[in-house]
Write a protein that binds this ligand. Structure first.
Ligand SMILES: NC(=O)c1ccc[n+]([C@@H]2O[C@H](COP(=O)([O-])OP(=O)(O)OC[C@H]3O[C@@H](n4cnc5c(N)ncnc54)[C@H](O)[C@@H]3O)[C@@H](O)[C@H]2O)c1
Length: 308
């Protein structure tokens, strides 16, 4: 095809994709086609509490067989019990896995594959935060944050993607954060790890397109503050601008995103607007806006899970 014909085809394709994206953004989810994941094997990391637990429960409700990975054996078992009670006949398996250890991930992945078969939906959800400024943070905590929030995603994808590619069917969900789109003081290592998670999802999407494996989908999730306890003490200066999110709402939106093959999910919606502003205004203006909106002080009273 010559360049003119290629460009015309691109204009047509881009117009169609724009219209489809606008439809997806405004049409009630009930009107949109959703993929059927009944019988799919869904693996959720960090399933022992918070958003991970709720996601696992929702996947079970959708008829998925569910694999729970967490370093916290008790929390993981509590999620399994909850699922069995809420969804009679649900198939659920727990594995105690420390995502900071690559050997743990590889061993557990091998076990899952030999005991249960290929994973169809991988949700890289587990995360930790130290909540210190860069100079106050210990190196080993920086490293652990990167291992759990970023590197574990790479290892898990490497373990489970080949099975998805073989069938040209699957979904990789990356739970990142708005801190993976905007730098926030008081959580430098966390933010670095989440930028990395966002980057991984984008690169993976590109690799899948390049391989022609369009049946394997990706979703990157960038939520603001969620009321799970992980970010206890975090505060917005203008809560009307950026509302605190309920974990159930976040889990529902992630499930919708998986069912409708949405590549990027930002919550609340205001984050899309902030991202656009960041893309078009000078950095100095962004910094002034961040100062005014209180971004510099969101972590001043951070406690997190220290007292849990
Ligand atoms: N809570 C928020 O405000 C918020 C905002 C944006 C993004 N997120 C992201 O959402 C995800 C879920 O957060 P949450 O609020 O449900 O947190 P949470 O603390 O309730 O759950 C995190 C889970 O990860 C597990 N985990 C921690 N370290 C692990 C390790 N080394 N190996 C295996 N499992 C480990 C924990 O045991 C826990 O069950 C995280 O990736 C987090 O960064 C959270």
């Amino acid at each position: 095809m010559n360049l003119v014909a290629e460009s015309l085809a691109l204009v047509g394709r881009v117009t169609w994709l724009w219209l489809a994206a606008v439809y997806r953004a405004v049409a009630p989810v009930g009107l949109q086609s959703r993929k059927d994941v009944t019988g799919w094997l869904a693996l959720v990391t960090g399933a022992g509490s918070g958003v991970g637990r709720l996601l696992a429960l929702r996947f079970a409700h959708l008829g998925c067989r569910v694999v729970l990975w967490d370093v916290n054996q008790e929390g993981n078992q509590a999620t399994a019990d909850l699922i069995k009670e809420a969804v009679p006949g649900a198939q659920v398996w727990t594995y105690t896995v420390d995502l900071a250890r690559r050997d743990n991930i590889y061993t557990a992945a091998k076990q899952v594959k030999s005991e249960l078969g290929d994973v169809n939906i991988l949700v890289n959800n587990a995360g930790i935060i130290t909540g210190c400024s860069l100079l106050d943070n210990d190196d080993h905590l920086n490293i652990k944050t990167m291992e759990v929030n970023a590197l574990s995603h790479l290892w898990a994808v490497k373990c489970f993607l080949p099975g998805m590619l073989r069938r040209n069917r699957g979904h990789v969900v990356t739970v990142a954060s708005t801190a993976g789109l905007f730098g926030v003081p008081g959580m430098v290592d966390y933010s670095v790890s989440k930028f990395s998670a966002v980057g991984l999802s984008e690169c993976l999407r590109m690799e899948l397109i390049k391989r022609g494996k369009t049946g394997v989908k990706t979703t990157v999730v960038c939520p603001g503050y969620i009321d799970t306890g992980m970010f206890r003490g975090f505060k917005y200066r203008f809560p009307l601008l950026m509302q605190e999110l309920k974990p159930t709402y976040v889990a529902d939106k992630i499930i919708e995103a998986v069912q409708t093959d949405q590549q990027m999910l930002c919550l609340p919606r205001m984050v899309y607007m902030l991202l656009m502003i960041k893309g078009i205004v000078p950095v100095s203006v962004c910094d002034a806006l961040a100062e005014f909106t209180g971004v510099l002080n969101t972590m001043d009273d951070f406690v997190g899970r220290k007292n849990d």
